[in-house]
Design a protein around this ligand. Structure first.
Ligand code: 1HA
Length: 272
């Protein structure tokens, strides 16, 4: 794939090609742990990919072969969250905003995981629509070991994915699980040799790009709606309005208003 790099970022790389956007956390010296700046940049990049009408699928990954993401950067963890030169001395937990953004993005997001997906990095792959793992991938949570926990998507979306007993085990014991175990548990969609990771992920992306974008959008919304409660329904309802706007029936209402006449909905069926 002939990736075209764009944007000025410190901690991430943004690339596009053939309807795909690839967003890479680029802090390999810390196993791609994130700091607040990383997350500000990731949010900007996901927003770009969402707004770009050429982009139909987003691939989310980490630089190098050792890690997808090792969660919050513990070396810059302050007493009230993660702190760097962009946070004005106030600690942040702004990975939570990125989780919501990935869920709400109407385009499929594929996590492409080589090496560690650990802690808050593990939660990020759980929030993605699909996960393709290399055979060297390692999955797990560390919260109770390092003094943290994610009681949001990190807990109940994980439970929805692998079941409650396994979600409890993953969080309570803080073990690491290999790619084959993750596959058996339904935590990932496929496992491939490390050297074939991008090829396989791009293949999945290309298959998605052949499908109806609106159907994919509605399915993502539908599958998220139950877990996301009122917020999920709000998004799904918004998509229903989008599709209604595209109908002649809705356009008759708009046109009548503009033409200062009574709307005539009589030609539209009262569907059983
Ligand atoms: O839980 C949350 C949140 C919850 C709610 C709301 C917001 C949240 C935001 C964040 C988080 C979290 O992510 S908490 C969990 C944070 N992450 C971790 O506890 C994982 C820490 N890392 C490790 O356990 C290990 O590094 C490893 C199992 C991933 C890999 O071990 P390995 O192969 O032995 O490599 P290691 O030598 O440990 O790591 C290579 C380098 O990367 C080291 O650098 P060095 O000290 O030698 O200079 C290591 O310190 C660094 N590194 C790795 N992970 C992190 C890190 N540095 C900072 N933060 C890291 N997370």
């Amino acid at each position: 794939v002939d990736w075209k790099r764009s944007g000025e970022y410190e901690d991430i790389i943004y690339e596009t090609a053939e309807g795909m956007a690839k967003i890479t956390i680029n802090r390999p010296e810390r196993h791609n742990a994130f700091r607040p700046t990383t997350l500000f940049e990731l949010r900007e990049a996901f927003n770009r990919a969402q707004e770009d009408t050429e982009v139909g699928v987003i691939i989310f990954t980490g630089a190098g072969e050792k890690a997808f993401c090792s969660g919050g950067d513990q070396k810059i963890r302050g007493d009230d969250g993660y702190v760097d030169d962009k946070t004005h001395g106030i600690g942040r937990l702004n990975v939570l905003d990125l989780q919501v953004q990935i869920r709400r993005c109407p385009k499929p997001v594929i996590a492409m995981v080589a090496g560690y997906a650990i802690g808050g990095g593990h939660v990020l792959h759980v929030c993605c629509d699909l996960t393709i793992a290399a055979d060297n991938a390692k999955f797990g949570q560390t919260g109770p070991k390092v003094g943290s926990f994610d009681g949001g998507y990190g807990s109940w979306l994980l439970a929805e994915t692998v079941g409650l007993k396994r979600a409890r085990e993953i969080w309570y014991l803080c073990r690491q699980y290999d790619a084959q175990t993750a596959l058996q548990w339904g935590l990932v969609n496929a496992v491939v040799p490390l050297e074939r990771l991008e090829e396989e992920t791009v293949q999945w992306a290309r298959e998605l790009l052949e499908k109806s974008p609106l159907a994919l959008r509605m399915l993502k919304g539908a599958l998220n709606a139950v877990t996301d409660g009122a917020a999920g329904m709000q998004q799904f309802a918004g998509d229903a309005t989008l599709i209604y706007y595209m109908s002649e029936e809705a356009q008759e209402g708009r046109d009548a208003f503009k033409e200062k006449r009574k709307p005539d909905f009589s030609k539209f069926p009262r569907r059983p």
